[in-house]
Write a protein that binds this ligand. Sequence first.
Ligand code: FAD
Length: 464
Amino acid sequence: MQAILTHLTHLLGEAGIVRAAADKAPYLREWRGRLEGDSTAVLLPKSTAEVAAVVRLCVQHGICLVPQGGNTGLVGGSVALKQQNSLLLSLKRLNRLRAVDAANFSLVAEAGCVLAAVQQAAAEAGRFFPLQLGSQGSATVGGLIATNAGGTMTLRYGNMRAQVLGLEVVLADGSIWHGLRGLRKNNSGYDLKQCFIGSEGTLGIITAACLTLVNPPRHPRTAILACASPQQALAVLGVLHADLAAFELMPQLAIQTATTHSTGHSTGHSPSCRNPFTTPYPWLALVETHNIALEPALATLLEKNLILDAVLAEDSVEAAQFWQLREAIVAAQKQLGASLKHDIAVPVSAIPAFLDAAARVVEETIPGARLYAFGHVGDGNIHCNISQPVAMCAAAFTAQREAMAMLLHDLALQHGGSISAEHGIGRFKREEFHRTVAPVELAMMRQVKQSLDPKGIFNPGVLF
Ligand SMILES: Cc1cc2nc3c(=O)[nH]c(=O)nc-3n(C[C@H](O)[C@H](O)[C@H](O)COP(=O)(O)OP(=O)(O)OC[C@H]3O[C@@H](n4cnc5c(N)ncnc54)[C@H](O)[C@@H]3O)c2cc1C
């Protein structure tokens, strides 16, 4: 290993390799602190050619590579483990914005570009990059593509897969696939970029992407609607669907927790987090539209008794406060002790039945546990986060992690859903993935892995 590290230092320069324990630490800790990784060194290439040289050297010596972007992934996929003879490859320094083509509604960004920087570059060109999520100040283009990230605007603009026009990828033999086409129509053979989108670093190292842009919203409006039940919320979703950019559903328990325990630290917003209603309505739907006047639509919903109440944000500051209420839920839940998190998707039509069944399962399995089922309900994605019962010790509660995950995943599958809506499988959900995936699907995935990474050097332990 010593000789290889010397060679890597020669390839990357002193600034491209981190070996001191204190400097490596931030790269090795999983976002929620559930996994401590290990890597003799952290590699920081700053060009595609350097990535390719690293891959060639590592494959030659049987060393595996764990690609990492912003390290905000929530399934343990970006952490290198020593027993797997892996080195951590951070794409952080490969972060140039290579080109913006406003007329083609596209830009080319390197893998280490942070999402907020892409959004900013699009805005400066008079365009809009629609992917938005809570980690946008740290999550990178490479990580977003490798996890096929979703977020709050999926309902209108699709997830990351829908934003990718072309890719540049370093393959497992160290060759470079130059697939950075800015085309919306290209039926010349297999659409190979799709293999790498959502592959969680197991098939190749994404080094750059051509991303699609849209025009900025003409008339962005944000409102919070009070609903009696998830069924009523779905009726509202049905009425507004064509005009919606986002539709997030939050139960009263989540609103209470967010307003009582919010610190504001995780979101970077001010600590004030306010419920716009004085009545504790059972469910609140946060809606955003981009190109219509929302007022008449809300008046109709009220007239037809499809909602209990509504507050329309007066300006962008109030709109941000509304979003803060939604974003504060997870951080506020931390104040209540240990929690178990599940990233589930079901068809939108199955949401009410799934929510009822999930509440029953949680109460029967851990009486007194508090279920926070909230999230991107407009696209069927429910984050089922469960806080420990007040009188239970955290260790006894977290000992139920696997059992609870199995129950909720089975429930999601019974409702035609998925065990991972947007975070991926990574290391944490690998067993559950193997327990629940159809054997024929798993076999096809293994064949893809075998054909693109025959020596298994990319991200061992993730997915397989
Ligand atoms: C506060 C918060 C809010 C979040 N909200 C959302 C949300 O709304 N929607 C959502 O989908 N996710 C969300 N996430 C999860 C996370 O931000 C996304 O999964 C994001 O896409 C990860 O990007 P990253 O750059 O941090 O990737 P990392 O965490 O570094 O890596 C994630 C995976 O991608 C692989 N990878 C990284 N870079 C590359 C590359 N260049 N080539 C190949 N493989 C690579 C890694 O090996 C790993 O398997 C949230 C996370 C946090 C902390």
